[in-house]
Design a protein around this ligand. Structure first.
Ligand SMILES: [Zn+2]
Length: 393
């Protein structure tokens, strides 16, 4: 067994303690001090293992922590390990329900999405650090705004992922134990309609109802849903008007659309624009604003890595496959750059974004080992330099 993989087999207590440390730090996406503290804890582990890592002090939320293992060939395309330090839970959640373990399951805010995934990535870096350099660099990139749309995280990801040979995102492994090889992309839009106010009884005809225009558009937007091709279109929030006795001068809808491929995205966005631009009630106008976006992870970018991971998992003793989910993640950004990408490489977990969220602690070590094996496999496939079995320290 490779020395890095063997070392990991002794790290279960350390990994578990590290997850406990991160879970007990509130780190909502808007809690800058919290996501900073998560970065500080991770930096502490990485620096103690003599790994180059930096968290650029940035006064605003959504910044990135970058770790780097140099490669034997400095210019070789790197492998990218990704994760997000933020959670959906408001500050104060830790005080209400801190880290707790029942049998094999650990509970606490963000335990599977994705504090345990962050720990896994750190230990993968630490394990690889114990070997002579791989032919290529290995980067760890840990952002802090995934749960609110990765606006800044996307820039960091696309900067560091460009030209990478592979990307592994530490979203939780599925309940089935599977990885994620295919994800939908998704986007949100705001549709604002401006009309003319008028008294509903005195001079109704002088008004132009923004609500009526919006209502027509909502029907057209919902008609874009096509389950067979995986496209959904949902106006989940709507507001508008002044009072029941006023013709509505304004109205707003918030739209969420999901799609499976970049090709679908282009056509879908075109149709959304056409619906919003189409004439509504006379003297009303509608504008479309895109508010966020995640790109899809298409299977063509994950299938080869999945085969490698499957073989590596078999070597450490577990069987695994890839599956599809309609949920979005940062993995779509790397895949959409044409970078082979696997998602859901984190420890197995479930019920993310709820009080019942848990992580299966028994999967911490084997999944870290399988990921290390997959990366070593990429190095072997290159055959640029032999992989030494010797332990560095
Ligand atoms: Zn997540």
């Amino acid at each position: 067994m490779n020395a890095a993989i063997e070392w990991l087999s002794s790290q279960r207590p350390a990994m578990q303690a590290a997850v406990a440390t991160l879970v007990d730090i509130d780190s909502n996406s808007h809690d800058k001090a919290g996501t900073d503290r998560v970065a500080q804890a991770m930096l502490g582990w990485l620096h103690a293992a003599d790994i180059d890592a930096e968290h650029r002090a940035d006064p605003s939320e959504g910044d990135a922590l970058l770790a780097r293992l140099p490669g034997a060939q400095r210019d070789a395309a790197p492998v990218l390990l990704m994760g997000h330090r933020d959670t959906v839970f408001p500050s104060g959640t830790v005080a209400q329900r801190p880290w707790r373990v029942e049998g094999d399951r650990a509970y606490g805010p963000g335990v599977s999405d994705m504090k345990s995934g962050l720990v896994l990535q750190c230990f993968v870096l630490m394990a690889l650090r114990r070997l002579p350099p791989l032919p290529f660099p290995v980067l760890g990139l840990f952002t802090a705004d995934e749960e609110i749309g990765s606006q800044r995280g996307r820039v960091a990801i696309e900067t560091h992922a460009r030209g990478a040979r592979a990307a592994f995102n530490a979203e939780p492994g599925r309940v089935s134990g599977n990885l994620v090889v295919e994800r939908k992309g998704g986007a949100t839009f705001a549709i604002d309609v401006a009309g003319r106010a008028a008294h509903a009884g005195v001079n109704h005809a002088d008004g132009a109802s923004a609500i009526e225009t919006l209502a027509r558009k909502v029907q057209a937007l919902h008609a874009l849903t096509d389950y067979a091709s995986g496209i959904t279109s949902n106006v989940g929030l709507i507001s508008g008007g002044l009072s029941s006795n006023t013709v509505a001068p304004s109205a707003r809808a918030q739209l969420d659309v999901r799609f499976c491929s970049l090709a679908q995205r282009e056509a879908l966005f075109e149709r959304i624009r056409a619906i919003v631009d189409a004439p509504g009630v006379a003297r009303t106008t509608a504008t479309l604003t895109q508010t966020s976006e995640f790109l899809p992870l298409e299977r063509e970018w994950s299938s080869e890595l999945m085969q490698r991971y499957k073989a590596s998992a078999a070597q450490v003793g577990f069987d695994v496959d890839g599956e599809f989910t309609g949920g979005c993640s940062d993995a779509g950004f790397t895949a959409s750059l044409g970078i082979p990408t696997l998602c859901g490489v984190g420890p197995v977990g479930a019920k993310a974004h709820t009080d019942g969220e848990y992580c299966c602690l028994d999967t911490l070590v084997p999944r870290a080992q399988a990921l290390v094996g997959t990366i070593l496999g990429l190095a072997q496939a290159l055959a640029i330099a032999p992989i030494h079995e010797a332990c560095q320290s």
